[in-house]
Write a protein that binds this ligand. Structure first.
Ligand SMILES: [Zn+2]
Ligand SMILES: [Zn+2]
Length: 357
C-alpha cells in the first residue's frame, strides 16, 4: 500500500513529504498512525548528529499509536485492532531476549531509527510486542477519557520511566526524585506517586513544577534558584521529615541534560540508586568513586519491555497517570515548525503529531 511520510534526507534540513510503497512481510503489520509523539531523541537524531542505526533518508518517530490495517503471514489476528507500538521491539528469540534482556536485543526494531518511523500516514512494524489497546468507549472503561491519539505518548514518554521505576525496585514509602519533569519526568512523577512513593520534582521551569505539584509531586524544587549544597540539603530535609533513609531514595535523571546529570549524581547518598533515563551526547564530570564510597548503584534504562506495557495502559485508563494536560496536538503537516520550535525550547508540553486523514 502507499504510505506518505516525512523523510529526513539531511539532518537539520526540512523534512520532505514523500510517498513510498510498503507491504507487510511475514510477522509484520502496517499500522495506520493515529498519532506520533515527538521525543528528545528525534531532536538528537535531527539536530545533534546522534546517528540513526539505519542511515538517512529515514522517517523519524517512535511514539506511535494507531490501527492495524494490513498484516503479513502469521500476524493476521492483529488486523482491525487498535495498538500502541512500543519504541523498542525486541526480537523475543535471541539469547538476550531469552535472558530477559530485551532492551539490549541486538535484533530489536526501533521505529524511526532501524526502520521508517511514525511521522507519516502509516508505519510497517513487527507484530511481536505490539500492545493491544482495550476498548476506550464508555466512562466505566476509560474514566480518564483519553483517545487513541493521546495514548501515543505511552510508547516512550510514559513507558520508559515506568520500566526505570520498576527496575529501581521502588516501593510504597520510598522517595523518588525526578531531575527534569518535562516529557518523560512528568509522567515518571505521576507513576511513582501512583505506586505509593513520596516524590520530589526538580526542574528549572517553574510552570512545570506548578503543574507537577497537582499531579503527584509532594515537593518541588527549582535548581536554578538555589545553589547545589542548598538543593541537596532541601532534598535531605524532605526525606528526613518523612523518615526515609538515603538507601530508600531513588533518583531518576529525566532531563537528558549535562546539568541535570551532574545534579542527579550529586544527590546520591549512602546506598542510593540513580537511574539514567534522559540522554545527552555531552560528557559530564562526576566523581565516580562516590558509587564505591556510598555503596550506591547507577543504572541506565533503554526503553521499556513490551510485556510491561499493559500495566502502563492500566495506570492511564484508571486515571492514575494523566496524559491530556501534558500533551499538545498538532497537525503532522506542521512537523518542520514543530521540530524547530522544540529545538528552540519554546514548547512545554509533549507534542503529538496527528496525520491528516
Ligand atoms: Zn523517545
Ligand atoms: Zn532479541
Amino acid at each position: 500500500m502507499q504510505i506518505a511520510s516525512w523523510v529526513v534526507r539531511q539532518p537539520g534540513a526540512a523534512m520532505s513529504h514523500e510517498i513510498r510503497e510498503e507491504t507487510a512481510h511475514p510477522g509484520e503489520v502496517i499500522v495506520q498512525v493515529a498519532a506520533c509523539g515527538v521525543c528528545h531523541t528525534d531532536l538528537g537524531f535531527y539536530y545533534e548528529g546522534v546517528p540513526t542505526r539505519h542511515p538517512f533518508p529515514l522517517t523519524l518517530g517512535h511514539e506511535i499509536s494507531g490501527h492495524v490495517v494490513e498484516a503479513g503471514e502469521g500476524a493476521e489476528r492483529w488486523v482491525g485492532r487498535n495498538v500502541i507500538v512500543p519504541a523498542v521491539l525486541p526480537c523475543g528469540d535471541c539469547e538476550a531476549c531469552r535472558s530477559g534482556r530485551g532492551p539490549i536485543c541486538p535484533k530489536q526494531i526501533f521505529p524511526g531509527n532501524d526502520v521508517h518511523g511514525g511521522f507519516g500516514t502509516h508505519v510497517r512494524v513487527p507484530a511481536r510486542g505490539l500492545c493491544p489497546v482495550p476498548d476506550l468507549g464508555g466512562h466505566d472503561l476509560n474514566p480518564s477519557g483519553v483517545d487513541l491519539a493521546a495514548l501515543a505518548v505511552i510508547a516512550d514518554a510514559v513507558s520508559t520511566p515506568y520500566q526505570a521505576i520498576i527496575r529501581s525496585g521502588l516501593e510504597p514509602g520510598d522517595l523518588a526524585v525526578f531531575v527534569g519533569v518535562g516529557g518523560v519526568g512528568g509522567f515518571g512523577v505521576q507513576i511513582a506517586h501512583a505506586l505509593g512513593a513520596a516524590v520530589i520534582a526538580l526542574d528549572v521551569d517553574d510552570g512545570r513544577l506548578e503543574q507537577m505539584a497537582t499531579h503527584g509531586a509532594d515537593v518541588t524544587l527549582n535548581p536554578a534558584r538555589v545553589d547545589f549544597k542548598q538543593l541537596r540539603r532541601l532534598v535531605r530535609e524532605a526525606a528526613d521529615s518523612r523518615r526515609i533513609p538515603t538507601w530508600r531514595t531513588k533518583i531518576f535523571e529525566t532531563s537528558g541534560s549535562p546539568a541535570g546529570q551532574t545534579t542527579a549524581f550529586g544527590l546520591l547518598g549512602h546506598g542510593g540508586y540513580l537511574s539514567l533515563v534522559g540522554y545527552t551526547p555531552k560528557a559530564v564530570e562526576v566523581r565516580l568513586s562516590n558509587l564505591m564510597a556510598f555503596d550506591a548503584v547507577a543504572q541506565g534504562n533503554w526503553g521499556c519491555l513490551p510485556e510491561l506495557y499493559p500495566a502502563v495502559v492500566d495506570l492511564v485508563l484508571q486515571g492514575k497517570v494523566a496524559l491530556t494536560p501534558f500533551i499538545e496536538r498538532r497537525p503532522m503537516a506542521s512537523i518542520n515548525e514543530a521540530f524547530a520550535q522544540l529545538h528552540a525550547g519554546g514548547v512545554s508540553r509533549r507534542l503529538v503529531l496527528i496525520p491528516e486523514s
